[in-house]
Ligand binder design. Structure first.
Ligand code: FCB
Length: 449
């Protein structure tokens, strides 16, 4: 593919539309023991054989903690407006709640360099690396963790001050609550549906408390949260399958959004599964539903959903569909449908696509990586965002996941989501064809620098 095609008058060509690339601390930083960083639940999870493919761990990841200067130069070369990164809580705060200045200096230098290059930092405060010492007191099952999160947000916003334009409190609480506490394939590896929803409630409480702190300590910053979503499509037009799809929507797409926008959990789900309902204390829903400046949406695929006489069975690719190296269906129309549906159902704040991308079976050949499928994926999903905007949805930005190949959670280093290829043995970075395509598109915008 030579270049990204979009209609000449597309809002995506407007200087006010933000383009970026995204990463997360545990996935790229490595250096898990450097400068007083404490262990996180993901270090502990990786240490148990069988949890992560090939026994992979957070070392070396992309060794970004030491190579950040080169990496920021790479980001600049992509011509993006913004960079979405996350702060590692266990790097910046000691066990007794004091600042760890060495860890903080890493982020300060990084943020200052981004500023020098005129790249706006979009900072996620929690992208799943909970300090392990908090897990030892119950982690997200302990309501107190939400208050510890507030202390952490207060520390970060005071220390980083005006360096940060935009904060997201949480990344994908659905994934950390449900995959971490019900399905058990993410840290901390629990398997209890009720506890999972309780953990999720405490995460939302943390979001609300974090928002309060950001409003008082970083009043100039934009603040919101990031949710993963995708349409749940019924496997057939049978009544049962259509009900299963509705339950899927409530369980996944609305479970975290409805509390934030409307101060309540989806009734369809709490009525069907009252035994899973979280314990809510007076005042919680008010805290959770305070105004946000944006909602970030991470979109990868949709799920085909069916009913098997007992449960709703979720989330496989459509038969014969094109899939990625993860087995996820390539379905750009799902992004348009999702955005248009959300806009019809809620009074939404502005939306940002905070992650979108795909895992590819990428190979380095003579200093090039021909990731043709990712180029097409990028083109079709940008078109999908354009289409949603044309239908009236207020989408303000798009971040590609990911800047570079990195530690893909339970899949370890086996799945490559980057626009930049990483050779983990040498830590050599190579721009894939998709990175070149993206950079060219961004260079040609009227905004180009
Ligand atoms: C999302 C995560 C992100 C990355 C992508 C592939 O669920 O937020 O860290 O792993 O999936």
């Amino acid at each position: 593919m030579q270049r990204i095609e979009l209609p000449p008058a597309s809002r995506l060509r407007d200087p006010s539309f933000t383009f970026g690339v995204a990463t997360a601390s545990f996935q790229v930083e490595g250096a898990t023991q450097a400068d007083g960083r404490l262990p996180s639940i993901w270090d502990a999870f990786c240490a148990t054989p069988g949890n992560v493919k090939n026994g992979d761990t957070g070392m070396p990841a992309c060794d970004h903690y030491h190579r950040w200067q080169d990496d920021v130069a790479l980001i600049r070369d992509l011509n993006v407006d913004a960079y979405r990164l996350s702060i590692a809580w266990p790097r910046v705060m000691t066990q007794d709640g004091q600042p760890n200045h060495k860890g903080l200096d890493f982020y300060k230098q990084l943020l200052d360099r981004l500023r020098e290059y005129d790249i706006r930092p979009f900072v996620t405060l929690y992208h799943w690396d909970l300090p392990q010492h908090l897990q030892e007191h119950g982690g997200w099952l302990n309501r107190d963790t939400a208050y510890r999160f507030q202390d952490y947000v207060s520390l970060v916003s005071r220390e980083l001050g005006e360096r940060v334009d935009t904060y997201a409190t949480l990344n994908e609480p659905w994934v950390s609550a449900i995959l971490g506490h019900e399905v058990g394939i993410h840290a901390p590896g629990m398997t209890d549906a009720r506890l999972a929803r309780q953990a999720g409630h405490h995460m939302l409480l943390a979001h609300g408390l974090g928002m309060q702190t950001l409003r008082s300590e970083a009043p100039e910053a934009q603040a919101g949260l990031v949710l993963n979503m995708g349409p749940n499509t019924p496997n057939s037009q049978r009544y049962d399958d259509r009900v299963a799809a509705l339950i899927g929507e409530a369980s996944m797409n609305h479970w975290f959004l409805e509390p934030v926008l409307e101060g309540r959990y989806p009734e369809l789900y709490t009525r069907l599964y009252p035994e899973q309902a979280p314990r809510i204390l007076p005042g919680d829903m008010e805290l959770i539903s305070q105004p946000v400046n944006f909602i970030g949406i991470n979109y990868y695929t949709r799920g085909i959903v069916s009913y098997d006489n007992e449960h709703w069975v979720k989330g496989h690719a459509a038969k014969d569909a094109e899939v990625t190296d993860f087995g996820w269906e390539v379905y750009p129309q799902g992004l348009t449908d999702l955005l248009v549906d959300l806009d019809a159902q809620y009074t939404l704040p502005p939306l940002m696509i905070t992650e979108n991308g795909m895992a590819g079976d990428d190979h380095l050949e003579q200093d090039r990586v021909h990731d043709e499928q990712r180029c097409r994926y990028l083109q079709s999903h940008l078109q999908a965002v354009h289409d949603a905007i044309e239908q009236g949805v207020d989408v303000r930005g798009y971040f590609a996941w990911s800047l570079m190949d990195n530690f893909e959670w339970a899949e370890g280093y086996s799945k490559r989501f980057g626009m930049v290829y990483v050779d983990y043995a040498t830590q050599q970075r190579t721009l894939k064809d998709s990175a070149r395509l993206f950079a060219d598109f961004l260079r040609q915008r009227p905004t180009s620098r």
